[in-house]
Design a protein around this ligand. Sequence first.
Ligand SMILES: Cc1cc2nc3c(=O)[nH]c(=O)nc-3n(C[C@H](O)[C@H](O)[C@H](O)COP(=O)(O)O)c2cc1C
Length: 347
Amino acid sequence: MSALTDLFGIRTPVILGPFGGLSSVRLTAAVSEAGGLGSYGLYGYDADRIRATIAELRAAAGAPFAVNIWLPTGDEVAPGPEHEGYAAALAPFFAEVGVEAPARPERYLPPLEEQVDAILEAAPPVLSVVFGVPSAALVEEAHRRGIRVVGTATTVAEARVLAEGGVDAIVATGAEAAGHRVSFLGPAEESLVGLFSLLPQVVGAVAVPVIAAGGIADRRGVAAAFALGAQGVQVGTAFLGTAESAATAAHRDAIRATPAEGTVLTRAMSGRLARGARNRVVAEIEAAGSIAPFPAQNWITGRFRTPAGEQNRGDLQSLWMGQSAPLARYGTAAEAFTELAAGVPRD
Ligand SMILES: Cc1cc2nc3c(=O)[nH]c(=O)nc-3n(C[C@H](O)[C@H](O)[C@H](O)COP(=O)(O)O)c2cc1C
C-alpha cells in the first residue's frame, strides 16, 4: 500500500486516463475491475448526461473510478456572429462527409457550475480536473462528500499552485502525452516539458502523491516512473487501442501505424494545442491558416468528425495519440493492464 493506493482504495496504482469525447464505460470499468483506477472524460457533458454516465459507471465498475472535467480558463469564446465564418472555413470537410455546415448553437459547452453540481450530487469516488486549480469551495464540498480531487500539471509551478489549492494528488503530464496540453499558468507552447524532466521536479516540489503521465505504455515505462518518484501512472494511448475503447477502427489502425515522430502538437482541431497524428485534416487546416478559438473550433470540427468516425475515415478525425503509440500493441484492456502492472515495484 502507498499513500496513493490508500487514497483511491485501489490495489494497483495504474490509472486509465480520461478521454474527453472518447471515453467508454466498458474500458473505464475494465481497468477499475482489474484493480486499477479507470477514468472517464466528461468534457462537454451536460448535467443529465453526467448523472446517467456516473450511474452507469457505478453499476459497471463495482470498484473505485474517476471522472474528469475541464476547468474554464476564461478565454473560451461563446457562439457569436463569427460562427458562420468559422464554419464556412471548414466547408470542404462538411461536404466530404455529406453534412451541412452547422448553424450557430446556443452554447458550445455546458457551464462549469452545471457540471460540478451534477458531479457533487452523484459523488463519484474520484474527480480529476485539467486546465486549472479547482476552487476552494469545490475541493471542500468534494471532500465533504468523500470525493478525492486530482489536479493536472504540465510544469512545476502548476504543480505547486495545485498543491496549495488542496488537491489530494497531482498528475504530472509530460509533453509526450496524447491529447490536449492542459497548461494553465503559461502558454501551452512554452510549457512543453518531457516526463523524464518534469516528474522528479514535481515530486521534489509537492508533498501530495504524484501520478506520471505521458509516453508510458509498458512495464519499463511504469518502472521508470516509479524510479523517478511517482506513486502511480496514468496511461492513455496504450489503452485507447484496445477492444474496449471507443476509438474507431481507423483510429486504432492509426495508433498501430504511427511512428514516435509521426505525432504533432496542433491547434487545428480544437483551437487548443493537442497531440495527435498529423493526418490530412490537420495538415489542410494548418495550411489554410484559419483556426477559430476554443471551443468554437472544437465544436465545429466535431460536426464533421462524428460522421467521419461513422464512415471510418481516419483522414477527417482527430487521431489523438502520444509519442509511445508504437508501444501500444494490446488486444484487450486486461492485456494492457497486466503488462503495465508488472512494472509497479513490489514493496
Ligand atoms: C482521445 C484522448 C482524449 C483525452 N482527453 C482528456 C481529457 O478530457 N482530460 C484529461 O485529463 N486527459 C485527457 N487525455 C489525456 C489522457 O488521459 C492521458 O493523460 C494521456 O493520454 C497520457 O499520455 P499517453 O497517451 O502517452 O499514455 C486524452 C487523451 C486522449 C488520447
